[in-house]
Design a protein around this ligand. Structure first.
Ligand SMILES: Cc1ncc(COP(=O)(O)O)c(C=O)c1O
Length: 375
């Protein structure tokens, strides 16, 4: 048996008629950029998030730096995030011209550790960028408290957790803006790149709409800006898929529960931690080998057995060669949890269309490896 890491084509085939009809509507309309389908999807996505505004942009990285720029964050300012997120979180800070300050992650959730944030704050700190890593919300209540105390902005990197909620809070409820990615592998993914900013702040909405469109809000009238728009054809695909996102996230949760039940007796790995009261949407199902030296062996065994397991992310941002490439960056103390996560993580195949048989095959391979390890 071969178990793929992604189920994009299966997903397309399951709702082909809905996606094809929406795409045909765009093509027949003759409006492909900033057209009616984008407008429709932006309204649907704002409603889904319970927010006033959603602005479609070119990708999730742009969504972060456009939000930062719209909030006036740039050179001389510091943004606090953590080191074991996807590289783009820090990259967006650098694109905005600001300094990335990397703190450690929580050892259980792997999201930013709120207890590490206050020590990283300086007079230059402007924002905290928590990432809802792997599909689980960061501790936004604790982060909001710190932000209020120090008068900081909060921009949520929600590339991985559309449809998640925390224990007593929704994504977007405790921040200034939320940035999302629609790259194909995300829980809500288009057939290419895409992203969005979601906010209740009308000033951010207005600024991002101008910034994403060559600094223009009216034809032939421009100020400083960029070209970063979500194409209507992607909006069409996303509009069709949005109707299914909650059911798909339920399927991810069901397959994750199957992995967890099947693997709970394994002695040499740690399973994902779920914060009680939250909804983890398992963008990724990430296990860790208790001994980091054994990670590559398990990964190889899985890959050799036909299981396309991967790592997210095996090189933490500050460990990348050449870091920080002449950009402004600062490590706020040692980052042992982020480094251990990088050294020991393995992502098992996880997508809504993963079958029970496929999940069981993956479990069987991990258990066989586990059994073969000396006690
Ligand atoms: C946590 C995180 N932030 C930002 C991004 C950037 O999104 P994009 O690839 O759409 O630019 C991604 C995914 O790619 C991500 O996983």
């Amino acid at each position: 048996m071969k178990v793929e890491f992604y189920g994009h084509v299966r997903q397309y085939n399951n709702i082909k008629a809905e996606i094809d009809a929406n795409m045909a509507q765009v093509i027949q309309s003759g409006q492909f950029v900033l057209g009616p389908m984008l407008k429709r999807f932006e309204a649907e996505f704002a409603a889904y998030n319970g927010a006033k505004h959603a602005i479609g942009v070119g990708n999730g990285t742009d969504a972060i730096w456009l939000a930062l720029m719209a909030l006036g964050i740039g050179p001389g300012d510091e943004c606090i995030t953590h080191a074991n997120t996807f590289f783009a979180t820090a990259e967006a800070v650098w694109i905005a011209g600001a300094t990335a300050v990397l703190v450690d992650c929580d050892p259980k959730t792997k999201c930013i550790d709120p207890a590490k944030i206050e020590a990283a704050i300086t007079p230059r700190t402007k924002a905290i960028i928590p990432v809802h890593l792997y599909g689980q919300c960061a501790d936004m209540k604790a982060i909001r408290k710190i932000a209020d105390k120090h008068k900081l902005l909060v921009i949520e990197d929600n590339a991985q957790a559309i449809g998640a909620h925390g224990n007593g809070f929704k994504v977007g409820q405790l921040s200034d803006a939320t940035a999302t990615s629609f790259i194909i592998q995300k829980n809500l993914g288009t057939f290419g790149d895409g992203g969005a900013i979601v906010t209740n702040n009308s000033a951010i909405d207005t600024r991002v709409r101008v910034l994403r469109n060559h600094g223009s809000s009216a034809r032939n009238v421009h100020s400083f800006g960029f070209n970063s728009r979500l194409d209507d054809i992607h909006a069409a695909i996303l509009s069709a898929k949005l109707k299914h996102i909650d059911a798909w996230n339920d399927l991810r949760r069901a397959r994750s529960a199957r992995y967890t039940a099947g693997l709970k007796a394994a002695r040499h790995i740690t399973l994902p931690y779920e914060v009680p009261g939250g909804r983890h949407v398992f963008h990724l199902y990430v296990i860790e080998t208790k001994d980091p030296a054994k990670r590559d062996g398990l990964l190889k065994l899985l890959n050799d057995s036909g299981v396309d397991a991967k790592t997210h992310y095996s090189i933490a941002i500050h460990q990348q060669a050449g870091f920080p490439w002449g950009k402004q960056a600062r490590l706020a103390g040692p980052l042992p949890n982020a480094e251990l996560n990088a050294a020991s993580c393995i992502s098992l195949p996880m997508f809504p269309e993963l079958t029970e048989n496929e999940a069981d095959f993956v479990i069987e391979k991990v258990l066989a490896w586990d059994k073969a390890q000396p006690a």
